[in-house]
Design a protein around this ligand. Sequence first.
Ligand code: FE2
Length: 464
Amino acid sequence: MIRKSLGLLFFSAALTLLSFAQEKQKGAPTEPVKLIRGPYLQVASSTGILIRWRTDVSSRSKVSYGTKPGKLDQATADHALVTEHQIQLKGLLPSTRYYYAIGGLKDTLQGNQDNYFTTLPEAGKTGHFRIAALGDCGDNSINQRRVKEQVIKYIGKDELTAWILLGDNAYSDGTDSEFQSKFFNIYKDDLLKKYPLFPAPGNHDYHDTDLSAKHAQETHETAYYQNFSMPVNGESGGTPSHTQAFYSFDIGNIHFLSLDSYGKEEQTYRLYDTLGPQVNWIKKDLAANKNKGWVIAFWHHPPYTMGSHNSDQEEELVKIRENFIRIIEREGVDLVLNGHSHDYERSRMMQGHYGPASSFNPKIHNLSTSSGRNDGSKDSAPYQKDPANNKGTVYVVSGSAGKLGGKQTTYPHNAMYFSDADHGGASILEIEGNRLELKWVCADGEIRDQFTIEKKAAKGHVPE
Ligand SMILES: [Fe+2]
């Protein structure tokens, strides 16, 4: 009897050892797995979201989720052993808060009351939407942290619907370790795990040290493209772009285009090459989304700036202004958001200015004498845009969410109503129905500029 039990014991011990050895062979971790990046939220839509995170060693992936914090009663898992974890949640309800936990098949890496996101509203629906735009943010400066803190303070309990990046997201070369220390580590606890992120690349995101900048412009083989997932197949609305470099998405009645002003398509074409693949896609996308309440385009290099860059002298800025922006103006884009210059510059509602700053004529190029402000100051009144002809665009440079300062001798640019290169800040868009408001929230909490655009049919005019 004893001999039999001992035999059984040896047999089961041998089995345990064998399965341990097999697990080890398969590469399963034997030490506790550590979370080193994320979670962060990508490719958001009204019914789905992609949750990404990174672990120190290869492990399996699981997201548990549910609409109540203590009751994560649904789960999606992936058995592949990876360090870059990506779990796609599908079949979610629109505009609904979900709590979630991430981990392996059995362990939880993170998941408490603070792990939640809200799905985007249904495309076309109106509501109260808030989108934060951060330009030139990732430099690990005190300014970067203060701007982030003030954005969080400003939004309070009324949370963000999403946030966007205007490029130069990790200085100086956009390497993976720079993204880790100057982007993911800074935003992980408050923005990345709660709010869907839609990025755009800047020139510094192409300066990965493993590759020459020129080469990276062509191959797009940089950390930026490895770190972020984009809705390239129309997952979030918009015309599929089939490239991570540029894409579009919908948030309720707002249509966004994220563009690439530094990379090259087909080894040749830049954003200002109007016969290139990106501009062809932009034309198609804008034509297909004319029925949207608002159309907002964002990319890195601004057509008008006299901050740390000069739009009269730098070739790519000149060409974007001369060749490209007439296309988006023709299609009635309401707002353009850029970075690159490390300041804040904001035009009035304008159209048709494609020359140097000296040729700007407010009587010709401004479509309104209003400041767009809504605060009782001189000439303050919301810009009125007739939805029938959709004429007029407001241009904003908001590139001081991290990097700060720099003025040309010709600062401020003649086209700008308001310029400030002394304070860091981020832009917060608040859109409700036919009213769009932008507030520039500074590192000290002060809102130094704001403007409003309203879209109402002119009296007696029957909208198409
Ligand atoms: Fe830049």
